[in-house]
Design a protein around this ligand. Sequence first.
Ligand SMILES: [Zn+2]
Length: 541
Amino acid sequence: MGAAHREILVATDFGEASVAAVSHASKLALESSAQLHLLHVLPHHEWSPGELADERRHVLERLGTAITADVELALKTVKEVVVGHPADEIVAYARRRGCDLVVVGTHGHNALRRLTLGSVAQQVLRESPCPVAVIRPHGGGGWEADGGPVFVETPISLESPALDLIDRGRRLAATDVHIDPVSATRYSVRLRIDGRLVEYCGLESSVAHHLINRLKTLAGLDITTSFRPQEGRLRLPVEIDDTEVRITTAPVAGGEAVSLRLLVRSRVFLPLEDLGLSTTHLNAIRDMAQTAEGLVAISGPTGAGKTTLAYSMLESLASVDRNMVSIEDPIEMAVPFMRQLAADEKHGLTLAAGLRAILRMDPDVVFVGEVRDAETANVAMQAANSGRYVLSTLHARSVASTVAGLVGMGLDRRTLAANLTGVVNVRLVRRLCTACRKPAAPSEHLLARCDQAGVPRPSEIFRPEGCQFCRGTGYRGRIGLYEVANVDTAMAAAIVEAMDERAFEAMLRSSGVPPLIDDAVRKIASGIVGEREATSVHWLA
Ligand SMILES: [Zn+2]
C-alpha cells in the first residue's frame, strides 16, 4: 500500500467484513510498524453504569481476540470502546487521535452492484480527516483482505468539489456521472464505468448543493434557478481540458438531478488500429475509408461505440484538401478537423434541414449522426449520389437489418445499391482485467461455435475475477465486436431484388461476411473477453 502509516484505525463490529478489515489493518500495521487502534462502537442505549462497565469489559476481551497473538505481541495496539453512532464515532476518533488511515469493512450487495457501500463506510469516506481503506467482499464469495480488493479513497474535496469529482470520474474511466437527491438530506453519486452504472458515494445535501452550484458555474448556467432543465458544457482548467464535460440539470422530486457526460479526447480518438478490429476487419474498414465515396453506414444499439468508430474513420480521412462537415444530434465531441453543426429541433434545425444546409457548404465528406427518419436518409442518399462521401450512424442490430432499415426508410433501391459502400455493425463488451482473469474450461456450446466460426478450439479460456486494478469488477475497458461488409456486386444485386432480411443474411454468410457472434467467439477464445459477457450482448443472435 505504498505510504507508511503511523496510526491506523480499524473499526470492527465483529462481523465478517470487520474480520477482513482487522486482518488487513494488522498486516499494514506490521509492514509499517504503525500503531493499531481497534475501535468498537456500542449502540446508544439506556445503559445502567453497571451494564455499560460489563459490556465494555466483554467487548475489550473480544477485541483482544480479534487480532492474533503474534500481531498483538509485535504491535502497539490500542483498544477502545465508545458509545454512539458508528460512523460519527469512527470519524471523531480518527480526528482526536490524528490517525492517518482508517480501515473499515463493508458488506457489498451482489456482483452487479459490487461498488455499493454500506452507510457507515459511506459516511466515514465522506467525513474522514484521512484516507480510508474500504474492505469489500471478494468476487469469489469470500472475505479476503490479503490480496483481495482494497480501495483507498478520500472524501470529496470541499474546496473544489466539481473538479475533484470530474478528476475521479476520469481516473475511473467513467463516461457519465449522475448526482441525484435520494432523501431530504442526502444525494447519491453514481458513475457509469464500462457501460455499467455503479454507486460511487453519498453526499449530504449541503455538500451536494455546493457541488452542483460549482458545476453549474463552470458551465455558465443560471445557478439561481433549479426549477427548469438546463444544459451546457463545462469550461475546465488546462490540467484537465483534454476532457469534455457536458452537463444536464433537471428538477426532480426532492431536488435537482445532474448528469455529466465525460469525454476524454484520447479515449474518443482512437486510431483505427486500437479499436479491437481483426486484421480482416481493419483492412475492410480502411478500404471503406480510403475509397471515400458513397455511403457508409455504422450501426448498432445506443452506446455501442458507433460514434467512436465514425470519428476514427473520419480522422483517418482528415486532410487540408478535404472539406469535412457534420450534422449531429447532439455533438458528441468538438473535433478539430471537421465543421460540426448541432441539430436543434426546438429552433427548427432538424437533422434533414441541417444536412441540406451542409450540402450547400461544398463538403467532400459528410457525417450524419444519427439517421432516424426517412427525410434525413433521403437527403443523405442524395448527397452520396452526388459524389460526396457520407458516413452515417444508425440504430440496427446487424448488417442485414441495417440494409433493411435503409430500404424501409423509403430509399430508392437502385440508388441505394449503387451508392452503399459498406456497412459496419458494432457492439461494445467489457475486456477482462488481465491482472486477475482466471483460466476456465470452455463450454461445449462455445467449442461448437468455434467450429462454426472456423476458430481453433481453445484449451482454456478466461473468466473475470476481481482485483484492486479493476475495482473488484473483473473488467477493465471495453472492446468492439464487429460485423463488417464491403458492398459487392452480389449484395448490390440483392438490394435491388428486394431480398428479405433473412435471405440477405444468408447471402452475406455465403459471400464470406461472418456474423458478429464469430467475432465474439474469436475474442473469447483469445482470452480478451469472458464467455458470458460476450454471448449475452444486446441483440446478439
Ligand atoms: Zn482485476
